[in-house]
Design a binder for this molecule. Structure first.
Ligand SMILES: [Fe+2]
Length: 559
């Protein structure tokens, strides 16, 4: 049974394949089209999946979209319109009517679109519940079978935040808080107000928050309902598109144009938004633990990319384990959709202890070498490849690292990474100058040998996906200052000989030269571009940036 899951129709289109109940491929369309967060139909990612897995399009049994019928969402919007949740303007009414009309045959349109590229799937199409797809995407890597999952989204169909338990082969919804009372919508409003792109640049607000004090009072927008802390959504929806919301009007003094200077009040505002976001997330996690009777928690949904908040949740005394899907945003729903399709046709869903985020395309040594030859690049194939690269890193060279199957999700996890020594704080500025062009909100993350994690990070636990933050230990502040963020937090990737053998041996080799078991790991891309996918992307980025060394497959290219 081959089940193809697709996220299409919102942003960051993506694809996943579940074969005989096992997740075997996942990738986002942006990596192939080189358009960041590409929302086009993911035809290139589907073709790449078939090629990687050596599958013929005819063999696909079911195609599953991670969005259900649009009717429910539009009825919900109509209700909001009538009850004053949305501003009752003529243009809003027109837009709703147009959306309603176009939604009538949306599923048919999707099926036709798929058929225009590929033969129809043998068992047909499934339209999965969006939040259930988020939940399935993280249940598949849960530590315990009986985990509870909280999905924090801007909005799914009608829902903003949901709580799930996996029972009798299906995810069961235990709680729903509907849009627009949504943590994601609050964060998107703050992102836009601070001059960034909403539904894309929320991580910049989180990064800026580390430089600020949470001294802006947001209480008038916080809703407390018993155990629940959430946000009064009607203040976040503008009467018309492209107008400021009530929230944005109220805090206009913190507004900033895209290229405007970032001053202390902007950072303080970001810190205040981050704090209320954490309070709200913690209220839902506490409730989910009580509701499901388990202390093993999973998170998904775009808001769960907030690694600072995730770190706070990890340290709650009533949380035993915390697992966050590394592709927590809508891209990850392709995984859940693929599982939903396979469950529907009788393949039981199983948690997969061997889950890996390295689910994308890969290139053989011959393919890589032919790209290097074609480009007439001088390269070597060192006998002691790992030692050679570790020596470069120990000498403060900036290394582009391209190995194996591409990671799924927004973080580079040591397969498409830029690596540098974390020992000198100037190395952070050097990476910024070389590729990221001085983005002060960008914290550079540490990849650490798991067996040495506790020396560098307080309350350290296994964190393989760089989606949990820890406080740096005194030792880390002294020894690896380049990967400690302004507030002392670190977004950690734990590397083991099992989860990433080559990267682990590189860390080991680096530690033998320097006594330090940590490398700085950031994504292999130029500012504003998607992470590199192919050897050619890697070569282009290498020669367009200030990187010193490219370690690609078994080959090394030096400038
Ligand atoms: Fe979502």
């Amino acid at each position: 049974m081959i089940s193809l899951g697709i996220n299409y129709g919102s942003h960051e289109s993506s694809v996943a394949i579940v074969k005989e109940g096992k997740l075997v491929f996942a990738a986002a369309e942006e990596r192939y089209t080189r358009i960041k967060q590409d929302s086009a139909f993911p035809v290139n990612a589907i073709k790449a999946a078939f090629m990687e897995l050596d599958i013929d399009a005819q063999e696909v049994d079911v195609v599953s979209l991670s969005w259900p019928l649009k009717g429910d969402a539009l009825l919900h919007d109509a209700k909001l319109f009538v009850t004053g949740g949305f501003g009752r303007t003529r243009s809003r009414a027109k837009k709703l009517a147009a959306q309603l009309l176009s939604s009538l045959n949306a599923q048919k349109k999707f099926q036709n679109l798929y058929r225009s590229f590929f033969p129809p799937p043998q068992n047909g199409f499934v339209f999965a519940d969006h939040h259930a797809a988020h939940a399935l995407s993280t249940f598949c890597l849960a530590e315990q079978e009986a985990s509870v999952c909280v999905v924090f989204d801007g909005r799914g169909t009608t829902e903003a935040t949901t709580i799930w338990k996996f029972e009798n082969g299906h995810p069961r919804k235990l709680f729903e808080r509907s849009f627009p009372d949504s943590i994601g919508v609050l964060y998107a409003n703050a992102t836009r107000l601070l001059g960034f792109r909403p539904l894309s640049d929320e991580w910049k607000v989180m990064g800026l928050a580390a430089y600020g004090r949470p001294n802006v009072d947001l209480d008038e927008f916080v809703l407390k309902r018993g155990w629940e802390t959430t946000f009064a959504g009607r203040h976040f929806l503008p009467a018309n598109d492209n107008e400021p919301s009530g929230f944005e009007r109220r805090f206009a003094e913190y507004g900033r144009k895209g290229d405007g200077e970032i001053a202390q009040p902007h950072m303080d505002f970001a810190a205040s938004v981050q704090r209320v976001c954490e309070e709200a997330m913690i209220s839902y996690v506490a409730h989910s633990v009580a509701l499901a009777g388990t202390a093993d928690v999973c998170l998904a949904g775009g808001v769960a990319l907030n690694c600072k908040a995730n770190g706070e949740i990890l340290r709650l005394p009533f949380v035993k384990s915390l697992v966050v899907q590394p592709a927590a945003g809508d891209d990850g729903t392709a995984i859940g959709a693929a599982f939903a399709g396979s469950i529907k046709f009788g393949v039981p869903f199983r948690r997969d202890p061997s889950f890996t985020p390295y689910l994308g395309t890969s290139y053989g040594d011959d393919e890589i070498e032919s790209v290097l030859k074609r480009a007439k690049v001088r390269y070597e194939r060192p006998e002691n490849f790992v030692e050679d690269v570790a020596t470069c890193l120990a000498a403060d060279r900036l290394v582009g690292w391209f190995q194996g199957r591409m990671e799924f999700g927004p973080r580079a996890l040591g397969h498409r990474s830029i690596l540098a020594s974390p020992i000198k704080v100037e190395n952070r500025d050097r990476v910024n100058e070389a590729v990221k062009f001085r983005e002060i909100w960008r914290p550079f993350a540490p990849a650490v040998m798991h067996e040495h994690g506790a020396r560098y990070f307080q309350d350290y636990r296994m964190s393989p996906y760089m989606i949990l933050s820890f406080w740096a230990s005194e030792h880390a502040r002294l020894v690896v200052p380049a990967v400690v963020h302004a507030d002392g937090s670190c977004r950690v990737q734990s590397v083991t000989a099992d989860n990433n053998p080559l990267f682990h041996s590189l860390l080991d080799s680096f530690s033998k030269r320097t006594g330090v078991h940590v490398l700085m790991n950031t994504s292999f891309n130029l500012k504003g571009e998607p992470i590199v996918e192919s050897p050619l992307d890697a070569l282009r980025t290498f020669y367009s940036s200030g990187l010193d060394v490219l370690a690609i497959g078994p080959f090394v290219v030096r400038k």
